[in-house]
Write a protein that binds this ligand. Structure first.
Ligand code: NAG
Length: 190
């Protein structure tokens, strides 16, 4: 995509160069007419492509965090995924247990959670004070896991985090701390 856009910019530059040469050389009115009509449009397209390439060059933003200890969360308690495996761009804040969007953009988040047999847990994925996803894990006989993936548009400064859904359920296990996770990535800036 990036290479393709760069190639287009180079081709447009070449086209603009020839049109400029034509403009200098031009003595025939009909040729001058072509230059007057096409050059502003070409320059506008060049500006558009330059800004697309700049957007594609955004810094990478991605995180993955796990839980290291089992939790019996209180009502609406925020779940702090404390073991940060990846934090490119440093937008996941471990002390908050939350992700703060560094840029306006489209982001993807995923939350996975497990509970033990005889227990269950319901967790909400939140954007600021609003609900954007929910997971329910639990079974009377088996240990059970569940996950949810959401794609959302965020403005810079918006916060995304995971919290207990009211008092629904009572136990998040952490037998192996890779079973529970909170991940996110910036897909595209807007
Ligand atoms: C982000 O989006 C908001 C609301 O649409 C807008 O006011 C703001 O200027 C944008 N910021 C940037 C850096 O584009």
């Amino acid at each position: 995509m990036l290479r393709y856009a760069n190639l287009q910019i180079i081709m447009l530059n070449v086209a603009v160069y020839f049109l400029l040469v034509l403009a200098v050389d031009c003595t025939v009115p009909s040729k001058r007419f072509i230059v007057e009509v096409d050059l502003p449009e070409l320059l506008q397209r060049l500006d558009g492509l330059t800004s697309t390439v700049n957007d594609l060059n955004h810094p990478p933003v991605a995180f993955k965090a796990h839980l290291t200890s089992p939790i019996s969360p209180g009502a609406n308690q925020r779940i702090i995924f404390d073991d940060v495996q990846l934090n490119t761009g440093n937008a996941y804040h471990r002390h908050l247990g939350g992700f703060l969007a560094p840029l306006n953009g489209t982001y993807l988040f995923s939350v996975s959670v497990c509970s033990d047999n005889g227990h269950y847990i319901v967790l909400d994925l939140m954007k600021n004070a609003g609900l954007i996803g929910r997971v329910l894990a639990g079974d009377s006989v088996y240990n059970d896991c569940s996950s949810d993936t959401s794609i959302v548009e965020l403005n810079a400064g918006d916060e995304v985090y995971v919290q207990h859904h009211a008092s629904s359920g009572d136990y998040v296990n952490a037998h192996q701390n890779i079973l529970n996770s909170f991940t996110g990535v910036l897909l595209q800036i807007l």
